[in-house]
Every structure is written in structure tokens, then in C-alpha cells.
Design a protein around this ligand. Structure first.
Ligand SMILES: [Zn+2]
Length: 584
């Protein structure tokens, strides 16, 4: 669709000369796009706040719209078809023919940063960039940026790119004010203590904040831009908060920990924007969620006081994963890349407190999710992403991303147990096994499909299907793996946990690998891998597993398995287990 042959000729010329593949598919989308207007925004697996956060977008990021459903928009996260949902009330929509005006730039913080052909370390290295090089960030996928620098387009680890927010962003600038909390605060020309001192600010004075980067705040100062240390600024948002949508969220509310994703967030006396402000919390801080109502979360502050915050600025996790810290002994990590960020908490959203170079080693204090808590030389503690360091000692090496490479083109038959007139077990609070199995199966289906697997569901609706038909589908499609999903029930209401079953010897490895990952992701009591005489296993000539994902006869477990977060964790566990199984 090029308008004239000279452009075509020029492109052909570029293709011939460039040592790197040019990917013209990246910047401009064909259809409507959305732009992120909050500092950070959670991208979720489904169209609701109860779905798991699969990625976090930053202000200015743009995505193509796939579909819209109520207050939610499904967007395309990358060219491989991965999708996610964003809250429509927190983004700005752009029509198809509108020009893309906002671009995001970054600076390379590592020396010889590898540029790869795709968003994981499993892709080939196409070139490398030197420290200080500037790049244009085209898009972001998990922890990888697709970047452009002169004639190079490729993927780099987002850990080594420091964002430069565009000054010409217009409306995105000057939305926040800050109050200086220290006397004689140095105002510098660059975001570093070696930056030239342009002047000093006194306690109580107010500044216009342009952006926050790491431990530095970019401000408007005497007609120019300048930098001050974030430590001595109290940031207040002057922009109006988005209106609260009227959809009630019924996610299980106990046992969750919420981490603040907004720079600063008001804590209110009631769950409404009219509530009196009783305090403020900052990005990266984590709180126990006591209750949730209409997209507001009641949290417990450090001083014991309670208050409400807008829950769309919370990244939620089961408290067992956040608070259960695996204390490590005699383990250390070795930094693999120069300029590796050491962060304040176990998330890429938290501020960088230090940087380390290749070869540096640190004692591991604990493992939190995919992050190592390490002891720094100045006596303080910090966090480093587990997948960019090597570990020695008893700690487990954290590996990610890249599960998709083992799942691509694999034939996986997912079998949601029961259906139709066969309800399966009924929980003591009334949940039907057949409904829960379909929910888990559909979440798993989306994940596997996104990874490029060939996925078949034995049923996709609430319909009855015989056991022999289910096995028949495993044989017809020559399944590489057959996954039958169930929930348990037993007379003794104190029994809890998950079990992974096999019948034939050739099914045992699949049952072991998948079972172990589910237990690790869901933190459910692991009842282990067992031999079970089930029709879908016994008659199945393919590698098969029957999963019992918790007891509906146990009140607490029934509530848990109904929650969006449990469902997402169970699906992730099966997904990761399958990846490990195929990797072997
Ligand atoms: Zn069942």
C-alpha cells in the first residue's frame, strides 16, 4: 500500500543494506488504539478486577484494541497474539486514523546490552547497545521492551532501560504538585548527585512535577527543567480521580495482600471519593486487604489504623505468596549484567535503590515470588529479579520467561470434568464442580493458545459428555497431553488439598510435573501424585493426568477455589507444569 515506487525502492534499499531485520509492523496499529493515562495500569487476564494481573503498562503505552466489553477493553499485547484487559475508564481511546503522537524514549543503563529478535533470552542476539544509548520504546511485553535505535529494531530486557518521559507530552505533564520536605534541597541539572546544582529549595515550597524516574523527580524550575531527590518531596496528585464504575466485585476478600501501584494514593474513611482523607500511601507499599466493596479496598495501615483506597491502584496477591517468605541460608546470587537494578521491593514497579555490575555477588536473604532479597554492602536490603542473576547454594534458580517455547504446536486436550446433567460434586456453600472445572479450563485454554499450542476443549459449555467421548477426543487429536480438571469432595469436611492422578506408567511424569507446579502456584496443600483408576486415564493411550484442584467439602477451600486469583494461579500452575514436562 505504498503510495509511490520511490518509497518502495527506498525500503528495498534499506532491507538490502541493514544487517538487522526491519519490522515495519510495530509502531502504527491498523485499528483503534488506547493510550495509558495513569502512571501504571494493570493488564489483566479477563474483564474484571478479580482477574490476575498479567502485565503492567506505563503512562503513554499504546495498544491495539481487540474488543470491548462493558467497562473493559481487550488489547493486543504483542504480535504473537497475547492479549489482556484494561479498565476502559483509565485509558484514552484513539481512533484508527489518528496519528500516533506520543512516543516513549529510554536510556540504556547496562553496558553492551543484548538486543534480541524476540522478547525472551531464548531468542537470538542481533546486536548490542552501549550504556547511555537512547532508544525509542515501541512496545512492552512482560519484562521486555521492543526498541528502535537508529536502524536497529529488536527486544531488550526492560530492566536495563531507564524511561525518559517526553516533555512535549502536554496534558501528561504538570498533573502533580510536590511539597518539599527538607531545607536547602539541591536542584540539579540531571538525575544524579553529580548533576550541576542550579539552586536550592526550602521546606514547604511547592513544585510542579513533570515526571518521576527512580529516585529522582523532574520538576519545572525557573523556566527550565531540573531534578530533585524524590526522598524530600511529598507528591500530591492534582488531577481528578477517575469516576468509579458501578460494577460490584464479588471476589473473595480474605487473605489478600495489595501492593500500591500509584505514586501516591489517598486513604479515605469510607470506600468512596467523598470519604475523608485519613492518610496517604506510596507506590510499592503492601497492605493486608480486610474487605472489598465496589472497587474500593479496606486496608490496614502500619500503625494499625484502617482506611479505604481505590482498589484499581492495587496489585493483589494471595497473602500466602506475599507474606510467606522463603528464608534462605547459604545462598548467594551473582550479577550477570552491568547496570542491573536493585529495587526497593519485589516488583519492577518499585524504585531502583542501587545498581550492580556483572560479577558482583550478594547474600540471599529470602525469595519473594520471582525475586531475591539480597544484603547490600551498606547494610541495607534490596531486591533483584531472579531471572537475570545466577544463584549458588540451596536457593532455586528462577527461570522465566520462555515457557511458551516448549508449548508451541503441542496438542493439548483440556477436559473440564462433568457438565450438563452431571454436576459433579456440590460444595457445602453450593458451588458446582462442573462450573469450576470449566472456569479453570477456559483460563488454561487462553494461556496455552497464547503460547501457540494447539488446544482442544472436550466441552466449552455446560453440556453433558460421556467419559468415552472425552477419551475419544484425546485419541482423535493424538494429544501430547490430556488434562482432566476436577474438584474433590469427601464426607470429612476437614480434608483439604490437591491431588494429581495417573493410571499408566507413561502418564506418571506428566502427573508429577504438573501437580508439583500447581501446588507451588496455588500454595494449596499438596496431597501428592497418586495412582487412580479413572476411566479418562485408564482408557487413555496418551499422556494424561486427572487433577483434583481442592475440596468443595471444606468451607474455606470452597471459597478459595471460587476466587479469581485461585483460578488464575491454578491455570498458571498447569501451564508452567506442561512447559516443564515438554522441556524434558
Ligand atoms: Zn469430578
Amino acid at each position: 500500500m505504498y503510495k509511490n515506487k520511490y518509497i518502495l525502492f527506498f525500503l528495498a534499499f534499506l532491507l538490502l543494506c541493514s544487517p538487522f531485520p526491519i519490522r515495519p509492523d510495530s509502531v502504527q496499529a491498523e485499528g483503534p488504539t488506547i493510550e495509558i493515562t495513569t502512571d501504571t495500569l494493570n493488564i489483566r487476564e479477563g474483564s474484571g478486577l478479580s482477574y490476575k494481573v498479567i502485565s503492567v503498562a506505563k503512562k503513554g503505552d499504546r495498544f491495539s484494541v481487540v474488543e470491548e466489553k462493558g467497562d473493559w477493553i481487550q488489547v493486543s499485547l504483542n504480535s504473537s497474539g497475547k492479549k489482556g484487559w484494561v479498565a476502559a475508564w483509565l485509558v484514552k481511546k484513539h481512533s484508527a486514523n489518528e496519528a500516533t503522537s506520543s512516543t516513549k524514549n529510554g536510556i540504556v543503563t547496562a553496558n553492551q546490552l543484548r538486543v534480541r529478535s524476540g522478547p525472551s533470552t531464548s531468542y537470538g542476539v542481533v546486536t548490542s547497545l552501549s550504556q547511555g544509548a537512547t532508544v525509542t520504546i515501541l512496545k512492552t511485553e512482560s519484562n521486555w521492551h521492543q526498541i528502535k535505535s537508529s536502524n536497529i529494531t529488536g527486544w531488550v530486557s526492560a530492566e536495563f532501560i531507564q524511561d525518559i518521559k517526553s516533555d512535549t507530552g502536554g496534558s501528561s505533564s504538570g498533573q502533580q504538585d510536590g511539597t518539599i520536605t527538607a531545607n536547602n534541597l539541591n536542584v540539579r541539572s540531571t538525575a544524579s548527585t553529580s548533576g550541576q546544582i542550579l539552586g536550592k529549595l526550602q521546606k514547604g515550597s511547592t513544585v510542579s512535577i513533570l515526571s518521576v524516574e527512580g529516585n529522582w523527580v523532574k520538576i519545572q524550575y525557573g523556566g527550565q527543567t531540573a531534578w530533585i531527590s524524590k526522598e524530600f518531596v511529598e507528591i500530591k496528585s492534582t488531577s481528578s480521580k477517575p469516576s468509579v464504575p458501578n460494577n460490584t466485585n464479588t471476589e473473595s476478600t480474605s487473605g489478600l495482600i495489595g501492593t500500591i501501584t500509584a505514586t501516591t494514593l489517598n486513604v479515605r474513611s469510607t470506600g468512596s471519593l467523598n470519604g475523608k482523607i485519613v492518610g496517604t500511601v506510596s507506590k510499592g507499599q503492601a497492605f493486608e486487604i480486610l474487605a472489598e466493596e465496589n472497587n474500593w479496598a479496606k486496608i490496614k495501615l502500619k500503625n494499625g489504623q484502617q482506611g479505604w483506597v481505590a482498589s484499581w491502584y492495587l496489585s493483589k496477591e494471595e497473602s500466602t505468596t506475599s507474606t510467606k517468605v522463603d528464608v534462605q541460608e547459604n545462598s548467594s546470587v551473582t550479577i550477570l549484567y552491568n547496570g542491573t537494578n536493585i529495587r526497593k521491593s519485589a516488583t519492577t514497579n518499585s524504585s531502583v535503590i542501587s545498581r550492580a555490575n556483572a560479577g558482583a555477588t550478594f547474600t540471599v536473604l529470602s525469595v519473594q515470588n520471582d525475586w531475591y532479597e539480597i544484603q547490600l554492602s551498606n547494610g541495607s536490603k534490596g531486591f533483584v529479579a531472579g531471572w537475570i542473576v545466577s544463584v549458588s547454594g540451596t536457593s532455586q534458580q528462577i527461570e522465566r520467561p520462555g515457557a511458551e517455547q516448549y508449548l508451541k504446536n503441542k496438542v493439548i486436550v483440556i477436559d473440564p470434568g462433568h457438565g450438563g446433567r452431571d454436576t459433579g460434586a456440590t460444595g457445602i456453600k453450593g458451588s458446582y464442580e462442573k462450573t469450576l472445572t470449566l472456569k479453570t479450563a477456559q483460563l488454561l485454554y487462553d494461556k496455552l493458545k497464547a503460547a501457540g499450542a494447539n488446544v482442544i476443549m472436550t466441552r466449552n459449555t455446560d453440556s453433558y459428555l460421556s467419559l468415552s467421548s472425552r477419551v475419544g477426543m484425546s485419541h482423535t487429536h493424538a494429544a501430547d497431553a490430556f488434562i482432566s480438571i476436577h474438584f474433590d469432595s469427601i464426607l470429612d469436611s476437614s480434608v483439604r488439598g490437591m491431588t494429581s492422578y495417573y493410571y499408566h506408567k507413561y502418564q506418571q511424569t506428566l502427573a508429577t510435573t504438573v501437580g508439583k507446579e500447581i501446588a507451588s502456584f496455588t500454595k494449596l496443600k499438596d496431597r501428592g501424585v497418586r495412582y487412580g483408576d479413572y476411566h479418562v486415564l485408564r482408557e487413555n493411550k496418551r499422556a494424561s493426568v486427572l487433577l483434583e484442584l481442592g475440596y468443595l467439602s471444606n468451607s474455606a477451600e470452597e471459597t478459595l477455589v471460587n476466587s479469581g486469583s485461585y483460578q488464575a494461579n491454578a491455570a498458571t500452575g498447569i501451564y508452567q507444569g506442561l512447559a516443564k514436562y515438554f522441556k524434558k
